[in-house]
Design a protein around this ligand. Structure first.
Ligand SMILES: Nc1ncnc2c1ncn2[C@@H]1O[C@H](COP(=O)(O)OP(=O)(O)OP(=O)(O)O)[C@@H](O)[C@H]1O
Ligand SMILES: O=P(O)(O)OC[C@H]1O[C@H](OP(=O)(O)OP(=O)(O)O)[C@H](O)[C@@H]1O
Length: 208
């Protein structure tokens, strides 16, 4: 599981699928939880590490945002769209920004791959300035022409006087799986079926 923002909604889905998640109520600083009765082990880690644990087969399944999967592609199967952690990627800037300007733009972002791929898909070569957080100030103080970032409520953009110029892609949390685990352990597929019954969409199963 990804710790942080999507933790609560992940637990809700797991509870609806019949998992006993009571340990999450008083988890403290614990990061590993063992349910001996159901022979399950839950790991709570940072988002990009979810994909790493699943890729290495340490975790059979993982819950992680599609933003992270896109930015850190790896060798795992994407099984379900859990429809939580909903937000989008967008290009935003100060109101005077002109997206049709043909000069080589400078773009600040925590997501260099998504930003590069988006502008390249429009045949635009941009200069990416990698920023670790609070990206919204970059165009305001003149570091870059625009940003590529996650927008959820839009409050952070508004608070910093920015507007969305282009939507890039919807973001949601996904269930990913280790491909060898699926082949060798039929119980994993049963767990996926239980989650699918809750979230109600088709298994997609494609390589990340
Ligand atoms: N407003 C939002 N900002 C960032 N991520 C969001 C937002 N809304 C939903 N998400 C989803 O929640 C996931 C987890 O976000 P969270 O902020 O907990 O971790 P993070 O992006 O690694 O940030 P941090 O480095 O601050 O822990 C993201 O990967 C994304 O899929
Ligand atoms: O549209 P909103 O609801 O305002 O949410 C979007 C904000 O949330 C995220 O930042 P986060 O809180 O993860 O902090 P960060 O800037 O340090 O990444 C994202 O990078 C935006 O800044």
């Amino acid at each position: 599981m990804t710790k942080g923002r999507i933790e609560k909604d992940t637990v809700k889905i797991l509870e609806q699928a019949g998992f006993d998640m009571r340990f999450m109520a008083d988890k403290g600083r614990n990061l590993i939880f063992i349910d001996e009765q159901q022979d399950l082990r839950f790991l709570l880690v940072k988002a990009p590490d979810v994909a790493t644990y699943v890729e290495h087969g340490i975790a059979d399944l993982g819950v992680v945002g599609s933003d992270v999967l896109y930015e850190h592609p790896g060798n795992y199967l994407e099984m379900l769209d859990l429809n939580i952690g909903l937000c989008k990627f967008a290009v935003a800037s100060i109101p005077s920004y002109d997206p049709t300007d043909h000069k080589r733009k400078k773009i600040a972002t925590k997501y260099p791959k998504i930003a590069t791929d988006f502008f390249n898909s429009k045949d635009e070569d941009v200069e990416i300035v990698s920023i670790q957080g609070s990206v919204e100030i970059a165009p305001v103080i003149g570091l870059t022409d625009a940003i590529v970032d996650i927008v959820e409520t839009g409050n952070t953009l508004v608070a910093n006087g920015l507007v969305v110029f282009e939507d890039i892609v919807r973001v949601s949390s996904r269930l990913i799986a280790n491909s060898a685990s699926i082949k060798k352990n039929s119980e994993i597929m049963t767990l996926i079926d239980r989650l699918q019954a809750v979230v109600g969409n088709e298994e997609v199963a494609f390589n990340g």
